[in-house]
Design a protein around this ligand. Structure first.
Ligand SMILES: CC(C)(COP(=O)(O)OP(=O)(O)OC[C@H]1O[C@@H](n2cnc3c(N)ncnc32)[C@H](O)[C@@H]1OP(=O)(O)O)[C@@H](O)C(=O)NCCC(=O)NCCS
Length: 178
C-alpha cells in the first residue's frame, strides 16, 4: 500500500534546490512554462492563453494534492521563491505500487543539471518514503533531452510501442526495494 498523504506537504531539499508546494503567486511562472513553445514542443497539452488559465491550473493541482491523487512540486533555488520548473508524480496505482513522473524547466535554467538533481530527490522520496515500487515516464520519442535525463538516472526503455500513441515511449525505474 502506498503512503500517499500529501498533507502536510513534503517539502524536499537538494544541494541547490527547494521542492515546495505550488502557491497562487506562482501563476506568472506557470503561465511562462505553459506558453513556452520550446517547453511545449513534445508535450500533449492545451497551451495556456491567459493568467486565468495558469490560476485554474494551480487550483487543480492544489485540489489534487489535497485529495492525495497527485503531487506537484515547484522547483526553486534554496532561499528564493521564484519558480524555475515543476516536477510531479501522478497516475498512482495501488495494485502495482507504481506511478508516473513528469517535469519541466524554464529554458533559461536548462543544461545545468537542475532537473537531474530534482528528479533524483523525488525518486528517492517516492521509493523510500511513499513505498512506490516502479516509476514510469512517458514521453515523445523525439524528446531526446527527457530521454537523456532519464537514462542518466538509470531508467530503462520498456521497449513496447505506446498503447494509444506509437510516438510515445515509456521508460521505467524499479525501486531498489522491489
Ligand atoms: C526535459 C528537461 C527537463 C531536461 O532539462 P535539462 O536541463 O537538459 O536536464 P538536466 O538537469 O539533466 O541537465 C543536463 C545538462 O546539464 C549539464 N550540467 C551542467 N551542470 C551540471 C551538473 N552540476 N550536474 C549535472 N549536469 C550538469 C549536463 O552536462 C547536461 O548538458 P547537455 O544536455 O548539454 O549534455 C527540459 O528539456 C524540459 O523542460 N523540457 C520540456 C518539458 C519536457 O519535455 N518534459 C518531459 C516530459 S515527461
Amino acid at each position: 500500500m502506498l503512503n500517499k498523504t500529501f498533507t502536510p506537504f513534503p517539502v524536499l531539499t537538494t544541494k541547490r534546490l527547494t521542492l515546495r508546494q505550488l502557491v497562487p503567486n506562482d501563476e506568472e511562472a506557470i503561465f511562462n512554462l505553459r506558453t513556452d513553445a520550446e517547453i511545449n514542443r513534445f508535450l500533449d497539452r492545451k497551451k495556456a492563453t491567459s493568467l486565468h488559465d495558469a490560476r485554474q491550473f494551480i487550483d487543480t493541482v492544489t485540489k489534487n494534492t489535497e485529495n492525495n491523487s497527485a503531487i506537484y512540486w515547484a522547483i526553486s533555488f534554496i532561499g528564493k521563491r521564484e519558480l524555475i520548473g515543476t516536477i510531479c508524480l501522478f497516475c498512482f496505482s495501488d495494485d502495482t505500487n507504481s506511478c508516473e513522473i513528469g517535469y519541466e524547466l524554464l529554458t533559461g535554467f536548462q543544461r545545468q543539471g537542475i532537473m537531474q538533481e530534482a528528479v533524483h530527490k523525488v525518486i528517492d522520496h517516492a521509493f523510500h518514503i511513499m513505498g512506490v515500487q516502479k516509476i514510469e515516464a512517458i514521453f515523445h520519442k523525439n524528446n531526446l533531452r527527457s530521454m537523456q535525463l532519464l537514462e542518466k538516472l538509470a531508467f530503462r526503455n520498456r521497449n513496447e510501442p505506446g498503447k494509444k500513441d506509437p510516438n510515445l515511449v515509456c521508460y521505467y525505474l524499479n525501486s531498489p526495494n522491489a
